[in-house]
Design a protein around this ligand. Structure first.
Ligand code: SF4
Length: 186
């Protein structure tokens, strides 16, 4: 049997939200960027001996900005159905301002970059940094940061499952939706 192309899978997804409301876009972005900030602060106490600057915080922030504003947008948003439209994060419209339209067949083809950012650099690395900080120099500020970070991650996963992925036209070809909703999601 011939395998469906990504474009066919997307076209066959008939129940979806065409554009997401502005208040959802703003809310999601506020939470999302707040999480990036908490992740960056999680590296604050990790220092190179003899060098008194939070270098890992800057590295994490720089890497996150590169991945979130450029790399992942070029690997997904320019190829997405929502290119030029208000997707749940508004990034489809943003991407259309900076990058030219891509090819739906290329949408998230490079899943490894997504996985490595979301699973390791964006989530696990800050948690490891915060736990290490607490072990070596316990303080309530870092503990609060860790609890907020883990709590918001958990909340966002639930929120995506219930209010985002099942309403998204791209859910059949998105690794994130597949993970949250399971394999039979189109
Ligand atoms: S739905 Fe996802 S991939 Fe598509 S434009 Fe929005 S953020 Fe980008």
């Amino acid at each position: 049997m011939l395998e469906k192309t990504r474009q066919q899978i997307v076209e066959e997804t008939v129940e979806f939200t065409e554009e997401f409301p502005l208040y959802r876009i703003i809310l999601e972005n506020v939470i999302f960027w707040f999480m990036v900030l908490l992740g960056a602060l999680g590296f604050y106490q990790i220092r190179v001996q003899g060098f008194d600057y939070p270098i890992f915080t800057f590295i994490f922030l720089g890497y996150s900005l590169y991945m979130l504003l450029y790399h992942l947008r070029k690997k997904s948003c320019i190829h997405c159905y929502y290119y030029g439209k208000n997707c749940h994060l508004g990034w489809g419209k943003l991407a259309s301002r900076f990058y030219s339209k891509g090819d739906p067949e290329e949408f998230m083809r490079d899943e490894a970059s997504f996985q490595s950012y979301w699973d390791y650099w964006g989530t696990k690395a800050p948690i490891i940094a915060m736990v290490a900080s607490l072990i070596f120099a316990f303080n309530y500020w870092m503990l609060t940061n860790l609890l907020f970070f883990v709590g918001l991650n958990f909340f966002m996963m639930k929120y995506f499952g219930k209010y985002v992925c099942i309403h998204c036209k791209m859910r059949g070809v998105c690794f994130f939706a597949r993970r949250i909703l399971g394999e039979s999601i189109a």
